[in-house]
Design a protein around this ligand. Structure first.
Ligand code: SAM
Ligand code: SF4
Length: 339
């Protein structure tokens, strides 16, 4: 599908008081999920948001349109919960892609159902996907996610590559004594199949509040594990990108490490987040939100939405301060914010 031509004046940047310019919007499309990853939510799931509280497709499109036309947002990542559970997702993607000043569109998913929808999403205008996969061993997958769905995720990954949703990135959260012995294997899997591998330090954002620093596998440990099997050639870090990246010598495969806890990248953060119920958050760890849904449903003009958005970003903290004694976990867990 071809993109419409740009129109209107260039938007003025969405800048905070530390000079950080925000161009990357994460939109959570649902808080529901069909897995129950132990580091994310409890076995029984959570109290899902009632449907009337969720932003409608029209509301999502309106907010993204304000963000791209007036605030300089250039990239939108769709996430959740599990975004593939959102009914009519290809239609929503097509509408976002058809916006004037359409953003680059990507998706973070657990991969279940991607085998069926990858081609339609690509045709609708999605550029690429990140698929979460913490293990290649079926029993272990069931233990981590509490569901026996490894085959579906692997099929989803293959379909994403075939559909051209590339580079396909495989996101892994290593946990000590759970899957940290598979770090090199997962990187080898990425080499074999032409994916990129990304390892993410676990963060205190699980719904149960059970995060434990001792179980977190640090970036340094991840690199040690990779270094035992591969020669890693640094490829540096793209401006503001959270992942530090290396190429596996002798291959085209890039592995990334996202060290949110031990090597925070808050100083270059360019992200802003919209929850499925229309609350704007200036940080994953923010304790406050701005209610854009209320504004929308009260009939606000674009200028009012823009002003609320700028106000929210103006209040952004310099960093997440996980190591500070004053650190408070946000009330919403990762699955409800949109990771
Ligand atoms: N359901 C989709 C998925 O799993 O990709 C999208 C939402 S999920 C919240 C987004 C990403 O957050 C996943 O890669 C997941 O592994 C990661 N994640 C969830 N809980 C986390 C935690 N406590 N610490 C670090 N990453 C976490
Ligand atoms: Fe679901 Fe993603 Fe959380 Fe796993 S990490 S329970 S797939 S939202």
């Amino acid at each position: 599908m071809s993109r419409p031509l740009l129109d209107g004046p260039a938007p003025s940047p969405l800048t905070d008081r530390f000079g950080r310019v925000h161009t990357d919007l994460r939109v959570s499309l649902t808080d529901r999920c069909n897995l129950r990853c132990t580091y994310c939510m409890p076995a029984e799931g959570l109290d899902w948001l009632p449907r009337p509280e969720l932003l409608t497709d029209d509301e999502v499109v309106r907010l993204v349109s304000v963000a791209t036309r007036r605030l300089g947002i250039t990239e939108v990542r769709l996430t959740g919960g599990e975004p593939l559970l959102r009914r009519g997702l290809p239609g929503l993607v097509a509408r976002l892609h058809a916006l004037p000043q359409a953003p680059e569109l990507s998706l973070t998913t657990n991969g279940i159902g991607l085998a069926r929808s990858a081609a339609a999403l690509r045709d609708a205008g999605l550029s690429r996907v990140n698929v979460s996969l913490d293990t290649l061993r079926p029993e272990r997958f069931t233990a981590i996610t509490r569901r026996d769905r490894l085959a579906d995720v692997l099929a989803g990954l293959r379909a994403a590559r075939t559909a051209g949703l590339t580079p396909v990135k495989v996101n892994t959260v290593p946990l000590r004594g759970v899957n940290d012995d598979e770090i090199a294997e997962l990187a080898a899997f990425a080499v074999e199949h032409g994916y990129r591998a990304r390892f993410i330090e676990s963060m205190p954002l699980d719904a149960q509040g059970a995060w434990d620093r001792e179980r977190m596998v640090t970036a340094e440990e991840i690199l040690d594990r990779l270094g035992e099997r591969f020669d890693l050639v640094p490829v540096g870090r793209r401006d503001n990108a959270p992942a530090e990246e290396w190429r596996i010598a002798g291959t085209d495969t890039v592995v990334g490490v996202i060290a949110s806890v031990t090597r925070p990248f808050c100083g270059g953060c360019d992200r802003v987040r919209l929850t499925a119920d229309g609350q704007l958050r200036n940080c994953l760890f923010a304790t406050g939100e701005s209610d854009l849904r209320a504004l929308l449903r009260d009939g606000a003009e674009d200028t009012e939405i823009e002003a609320a958005w700028r106000h929210c970003i103006a209040g952004k903290s310099p960093g997440h301060a996980i190591d500070s004694p004053e650190f408070r976990r946000p009330e919403r867990p990762m699955s409800a914010i949109g990771g």
